[in-house]
Design a protein around this ligand. Structure first.
Ligand code: WTA
Length: 666
């Protein structure tokens, strides 16, 4: 393992965890997943995927080729087939006589509700597709979506898919600057936003960030955006640019509810989603249509044991993240699921809000993140105990390693000690779940994602790319192409190759550390690169460092992810102030002021989620002789540990200087 490895806070516990929970015979008897799937997929992997693609997806032109890997590492799956993702998510269910089935139980944070059937969704998506076309959007044009969790958000994504216009959803918590760079990189033609959304009991504005992102800026190219489509959600005042801005209700409500979906080639881009990498510039991860939809539907059906006639499914992720794409929009809707869509935060107006929703809608499958589970643990189990959670039968976890304590709590307090937990490992890049137990088949282990799904080949390798023996640790790799794999980084094929395919010849390098236990099961141990995972959100250390040094007072900055009981990791920044500002941090008030200024600056540059939890003003940063910052040592300081081996530092007294400075009552 490299020197700068990051490990999950629970590594110690993971290594001693031996509990296992075999499926009950009752669950196994009704399960979608069967043990034979592993054998089938191993015997004929491509045949297995072709069967999934034919069984779970409707093609307007059937494919005859399964995989074309001749252009590796850019894969082509089902390439001579044609389909439409929105038709698959909506229309085909209506055509099958399921139009009255509820697709979305929307619950706004203030308590307003809306029930949307598949027939409603078909009309809404068709109207929105017609509206986008009348605003000039054509197949292939990019549309940026910057919205809270609303019915319109799902409709907007599907409307884009319906006309073959790739969407790029930008999380509503990102700042105007972050939005600007994403709009520019994708050269978007239209932005879909809202006046605002409800968060923590109050309206929170979104439109001003769009206005700012589109305003002319020195040194920035003129915007490619022709129209901004604005959903009215909160009714708050908005600035209006005539000719550019259009209300959603004006454009969509009166549009025809009939729209012919555009049948696209399987490899037509479905969406771009920006994610943090190890450099300052976010990567536009590109996903295409046929393979992505196949794997999203397949994993959703088998990993969550979905029974669309009877289940009520709820994934708490925001559509701004890949989990919202694959497991709020494309997977569940392709499978005809009924799901809950919740706008707000878990503790508004009270800490039992989620459990109240589970009781109200009789949610049977819940998919959430370890950070949320740990937060609920902190609030105490008497909160969920006040609600009837007996409808829950499958629980999912995603986004970061789940520590065994949280896993056990989730199982006992939320799952009534019976619901199987699926700990699902995957990434924005993989498009869909890759490693997970299968409920009804796998004996689950607290804290382990365990096994690659049927059809997926994963391994743990050492520095020389050799598969490690059971009991060994190293890097997680994916050894065979998979249908939902990214097809590249938008506009940067070289970066795609460098980032994922150059570390180990012929293997996809995920950037995660992992180990195999004595049974050969995989345990994920966190990132091995400079990517942090805060509350399941990926943040780049470099990106936050560049934001910090772009502030006048900062000469140098180093950012590390420090272990945190609730959020997994917390952002801790070490900054050196410029000479002329160095005095400012010598008094406690001055230091506080600088810290507040810098935290705010990061919020403006990237978004509130990237704000450092702590900023430490230091006189020097620990560097190797080659000038590389030794984050491992800074992590020791941030986690209040004795500082480790500092002998490779160019100046070994630096750590003493840092420690002394921090101990000084400032
Ligand atoms: C981490 C989220 C351990 C991992 C779907 C990965 C996990 C990164 C798990 C991707 C899990 C996600 N166990 N770690 N079950 N799920 N991760 O792109 O470090 O936002 O590389 O995709 O989250 O984050 P992303």
């Amino acid at each position: 393992m490299p020197e700068n490895e990051t490990t999950a806070p629970s590594l110690e516990n993971l290594l001693h965890e031996t509990r296992a929970f075999p499926p009950s015979s009752a669950f196994a008897a009704q399960a979608n997943a069967q043990p034979s799937m592993y054998e089938d997929a191993a015997a004929d992997r491509l045949g297995f995927w072709a069967t999934q693609a034919r069984d779970l997806v409707t093609w307007s032109t059937p494919f005859t080729q399964t995989l074309d890997w001749s252009g590796a590492p850019v894969a082509r799956w089902f390439a001579d087939g044609k389909l439409n993702a929105a038709y698959n998510a909506v229309d085909r269910h209506v055509e099958a006589g399921l139009g009255d089935r509820v697709a979305l139980h929307f619950e706004g944070e203030p308590g307003d509700t809306r029930t949307v059937t598949y027939a409603d969704l078909q009309r809404e998506v068709s109207r929105a597709a017609n509206a986008l076309e009348s605003l000039g959007v054509r197949t292939g044009d990019r549309v940026v979506i910057y919205l809270p969790m609303l019915v319109e958000s799902v409709v907007a994504m599907l409307a884009c898919a319906r006309i073959g216009a790739p969407h790029s959803v930008v999380f509503g918590g990102f700042s105007a600057d972050a939005l600007r760079s994403r709009i520019a990189d994708a050269e978007a033609k239209v932005v879909i936003t809202a006046d605002g959304g409800y968060r923590r009991g109050a309206p929170s504005a979104l439109k001003p960030a769009v206005d700012e992102a589109l305003a002319p800026k020195e040194g920035a190219p003129a915007t490619t955006v022709e129209h901004v489509l604005v959903v009215r959600r909160t009714g708050q005042d908005v600035d209006w640019t005539e000719g550019r801005d259009v209300w959603w209700h004006d454009a969509v409500d009166g549009a025809s509810e009939v729209h012919e979906p555009v049948q696209v080639e399987a490899e037509h881009p479905l969406f771009i989603l920006y994610t943090s990498g190890t450099t300052g510039k976010p990567k536009g991860i590109l996903h295409t249509t046929g393979g992505y939809l196949t794997q999203a539907a397949y994993t959703h059906k088998y990993v969550f044991d979905l029974k669309p006639e009877s289940d009520v499914y709820w994934c708490t992720a925001d559509i701004g993240w890949v989990t919202g794409h694959s497991y709020v929009v494309y997977g569940p809707l392709a499978n005809g699921a009924t799901q809950v869509l919740y706008e707000g935060t878990p503790d508004t107006p009270h800490r039992g809000r989620w459990w109240e929703l589970v009781e109200k809608y009789k949610v049977s499958i819940l998919y959430t993140a370890p950070t949320a589970i740990r937060t609920c643990m902190k609030w105490g189990e008497d909160v969920p105990a006040g609600f009837d959670l007996s409808s829950l039968r499958v629980l999912g976890s995603v986004g970061e390693p789940i520590n065994p304590e949280a896993w056990m709590w989730y199982r006992r307090v939320i799952g009534g000690d019976t619901a199987p937990i699926v700990d699902t490992w995957w990434q924005t890049e993989t498009g869909a779940i890759m490693i997970s137990p299968l409920p009804g088949v796998t004996a689950t282990k607290p804290g382990s994602a365990q096994v690659a799904l049927p059809g997926i080949v994963a391994d743990v390798v050492d520095d020389e790319a050799h598969s490690v023996p059971d009991g060994g640790g190293g890097y997680l790799v994916l050894s065979e192409p998979w249908p939902a794999m990214l097809r590249g980084i938008w506009g940067d094929l070289q970066r795609f190759k460098d980032t994922y395919w150059s570390r180990f010849e012929g293997l996809y390098f995920a950037g995660d550390g992992a180990k195999k236990d004595e049974d050969g099961d995989i345990w994920l141990l966190g990132r091995v690169d400079d990517v942090m995972n805060v509350s399941g959100h990926r943040l780049s250390t470099t990106e936050i460092e560049s934001a910090l040094v772009s502030h006048d007072v900062v000469a140098e900055a180093a950012v590390v992810g420090a272990a945190d009981d609730t959020t997994g990791q917390a952002v801790v920044a070490f900054v050196i102030l410029r000479g002329e500002h160095a005095d400012r941090a010598t008094t406690p008030e001055g230091a506080e002021e600088v810290q507040a200024e810098l935290r705010n600056h990061v919020a403006v540059q990237i978004g509130p989620i990237a704000k450092p939890r702590r900023i430490l003003v230091v006189p020097e940063l620990p560097k190797t002789r080659s000038g590389k910052i030794m984050r491992r040592l800074l992590r020791d300081v941030a986690e209040n540990r004795t500082v480790g081996d500092a002998t490779t530092l160019a100046d070994s007294s630096v750590m003493d200087l840092i420690s002394a400075g921090l101990k000084k009552p400032s």
